[in-house]
Design a protein around this ligand. Structure first.
Ligand code: LHQ
Length: 257
């Protein structure tokens, strides 16, 4: 069905693999369209409770395919129509999204990883805010997420100097949820995704919403937002199960409902 990505469902996890390895999984129009479709499908499918986004070959993604743009390209238009809907959708999907950063994440590929909820990082991966090297500015949510993850000063440093960030440095900066060795890569990513897929999905969705809301809100609004979210979480089957399991001194079995 897809030409530029792979889409597989295994044990309640949707695996989306950017699949243009010879171009370091850089984005062309087809890959934008297909990634949007895959995310929509993972959002709609009630049985999917976690999403993994990764890359085929040696890169996660090198951002925009630079051989597909020239001085007649409307860059603002390209972002509005192709990149921004993907970044927006990732924040709206009420399910955990894991960027499994298998290799280089550069330019908008870095931004894509930042827009995920978790970043599992291979020991051989690296991050590069490549924009400055071609006289551009960070886009696709980079200026929103990066300072929120690493702080204002470090974000600006990474944007302006455009230096490569190793996996170890990414872990120190809080960019990486976890760094994983090459030998343990597949099993650890699967285990982490499986763990998230067995958690109370509705509550996780409400947490994503709450954290985003908190950045642009007063304390009063945040408190009200939390109260509203808690009313919804309190009505979930997973909440009933969590309390029941606690009282019965057993592990809960969450279903995502
Ligand atoms: C590529 C690319 C690439 C095409 C490697 N395109 N072929 C939004 C709106 C509008 C316009 C512009 O952009 C944006 C958002 C953006 O993402 S802007 C930033 C675009 N990305 C970059 O500037 C990164 C460019 N790539 C690199 O700096 C390096 O390739 C990295 C650091 C990612 C990897 O370096 P190496 O490991 O040394 O690999 P390489 O450079 O040898 O690349 C391997 C091949 O992949 C090579 O092709 P070839 O035919 O010679 O084997 C590259 O040309 C190709 N490739 N990135 N973005």
């Amino acid at each position: 069905m897809f030409n530029t990505i792979l889409y597989e469902i295994k044990d309640s996890v949707a695996w989306i693999t950017l699949n243009r390895p010879e171009k370091l999984n850089s984005f062309n129009e087809a890959m934008h369209t297909e990634l949007q479709e895959a995310l929509q499908s993972a959002e709609n499918d009630k049985n999917i409770r976690a999403i993994v986004l990764t890359g085929a070959g040696r890169a996660f993604s090198a951002g925009q395919d630079l051989s597909e743009v020239d001085n007649s390209t409307d860059y603002g238009g390209l972002l509005r129509s192709r990149y921004n809907p993907i970044i927006q959708k990732m924040s709206e999907i009420g399910k955990p999204i894991i960027a499994a950063v298998n290799g280089t994440a550069a330019g908008a590929g870095f931004s894509l990883a930042l827009a995920a909820d978790f970043r599992l990082v291979s020991e051989k991966a690296s991050f590069l805010n490549a924009f400055v090297h071609i006289g551009l500015v960070p886009d696709s949510g980079n200026t929103y997420y990066l300072p929120r993850i690493v702080g204002h000063a470090k974000a600006l440093e990474l944007m302006v100097l455009g230096e490569k960030v190793s996996a170890a440095e990414a872990e120190r900066l809080g960019l990486a949820t976890k760094v994983i060795t090459v030998e343990d890569w597949e099993s650890d990513v699967s285990a982490f995704a499986g763990r998230l897929a067995s958690m109370p999905t509705k509550a996780i969705g409400l947490m994503k919403e709450g954290v985003i809301r908190s950045w642009n809100s007063t304390l009063e609004n945040v408190l009200e937002g939390e109260a509203h979210a808690q009313s919804l979480a309190g009505l979930s089957t997973d909440h009933q199960e969590g309390v029941q399991a606690f009282l019965e001194k057993r592990q809960p079995l969450f279903t995502g409902d």
